[in-house]
Design a protein around this ligand. Structure first.
Ligand SMILES: Cc1ncc(COP(=O)(O)O)c(C=O)c1O
Length: 405
């Protein structure tokens, strides 16, 4: 397998991009689906923004360095990665906050309907945001397993809220089919693209999607706590009312008027002052992913995960795959079930293979194709097989849970 890996790396059209990332020696990083790696250009860009734009330009940089337009500019660059027009996407806040704004906006657009339909096991923050709105008396949460979602779309449903790539298993939803089903029932749809943006091609426009959100710190490599993005189809812009009516979403923030008047288009999604340093870092990551191209990244991610599975299979049936076996049915990750998945993940990290653990028993390995090699797949599969064969995960130190992993 190692020979095949080397041959495939030599023929890989994306191989050159690995050098654009600052990766530590001796580490195989299979967690780019949680926190993307650092693009080398980020440090110099941030230093320019900090010392030049902030240090020298001071407050003048809101205009001279165009800080004020960063949410729209960075959003506009994310747009083509998700099949949206530049004016339909804005980079702002966290995914959680954007969920809150858009769930509330959708409920306001469907008076007489209160149900937000989702699935059990959706990413917790998505469900918690609905719960928060339910406590305010504004929403009612309904959960149905994925095979029963369409059957639960009735005249009480205001919004279908789903995550395209499931964070734990990597299983995909069919965006176009579910959006069409929701629309037939008179409901709107909000897609969480946190594990999609920068990894899988999606065409929100072709699917007729209403709303979307997603993280900037995963496959977009925007850095820890990077701003997230929000998408609203242009046809909803005029009617969109979101409840976090902060001054930056005002039509004229510097008029300092007492009454709120929403800004044009996606500007009304803004709430407070844009986080300039975070947006500057995110822009570097987005530029790099856009340069490589999502179609090429997706093609390589499928090849990498398929090759990883073959390398594992070569060593016998050692661990149960939780992700869909069909690469077309999963995102850029593989999840495996093991009763001691946490300890397995820690034993792997001790060997330099960084993946992660998700409750209750899932070892999750993400494949960010911009900086991973086929040889990494062979090595990581070998380490996993050895950790399991040798029972290395049984060492007491691997069972101790840290607060944040
Ligand atoms: C699917 C999904 N949605 C939302 C979030 C939360 O995003 P944020 O921390 O930006 O609110 C995550 C974080 O991992 C996620 O995986």
């Amino acid at each position: 397998m190692l020979e095949e890996a080397r041959a495939r790396d030599a023929a890989d059209p994306l191989a050159e991009y690995r050098d654009r990332f600052a990766l530590p020696q001796g580490v195989i990083y299979l967690d780019g689906n949680s926190l993307g790696a650092l693009p080398k250009a980020t440090a110099s860009r941030l230093s320019e923004v900090v010392t030049g734009e902030w240090g020298e330009g001071l407050i003048r940089s809101w205009n001279s360095a165009e800080w004020i337009g960063l949410p729209q500019r960075v959003g506009g660059k994310i747009a083509p990665l998700i099949g949206a027009a530049p004016h339909e996407v804005i980079a702002a806040d966290s995914t959680s906050v954007n969920l809150f704004k858009l769930i509330a906006a959708a409920l306001a657009m469907r008076p007489g309907r209160k149900v937000v339909l989702s699935e059990p096991g959706n990413f917790p923050t998505d469900l918690y945001m609905v719960e928060g709105l339910a406590r305010q008396g504004l929403a009612e949460c309904r959960l149905a397993p994925r095979e029963a979602l369409v059957g639960n779309l009735d005249e009480s449903v205001a919004l279908l809220l789903l995550t395209h790539v499931h964070y734990r298993t990597g299983a995909l939803h069919d965006i176009a089919a579910l959006t069409a089903a929701a629309h037939r029932a008179g409901a709107l749809v909000l897609w969480d693209l946190s594990h999609t943006a920068g990894a899988l091609p999606v065409d929100l426009a072709a699917a007729g999607a209403d709303f979307a959100v997603g993280c900037g710190y995963k496959y977009l490599n925007g850095g820890p706590g990077a701003p997230a993005f929000a998408y609203v189809a242009e046809r909803h812009h005029a009617a969109l009312e979101q409840p976090l009516t902060g001054w930056m979403g005002h039509a004229q923030p510097f008029a300092f008027a007492d009454a709120y008047v929403p800004g044009e288009g996606m500007t009304r999604l803004l709430c407070g002052t844009p986080p300039v340093l975070g947006l500057a870092a995110l822009e570097v990551g987005v530029d790099l992913i856009a340069e490589i191209g999502v179609a090429r990244l997706y093609a390589k991610s499928r090849e990498l995960s398929d090759f990883f599975l073959r390398c594992l299979a070569d060593r016998g049936p050692i661990v149960e795959l939780v992700s869909p076996p069909d690469p077309a049915a999963r995102g850029s990750q593989l999840s495996f079930r093991h009763p001691h998945a946490y300890a397995v993940s820690q034993a792997l990290i001790a060997r330099g293979v960084i993946g992660d653990f998700r409750e209750p028993d899932v070892l999750r390995l993400g494949f960010a194709p911009a900086y991973l090699r086929f040889a990494d797949m062979e090595t990581a599969a070998r380490h996993l097989a050895e950790v399991l064969d040798k029972g290395e995960w049984r060492r007491p130190k691997f069972a101790e849970r840290a607060a944040v992993t």
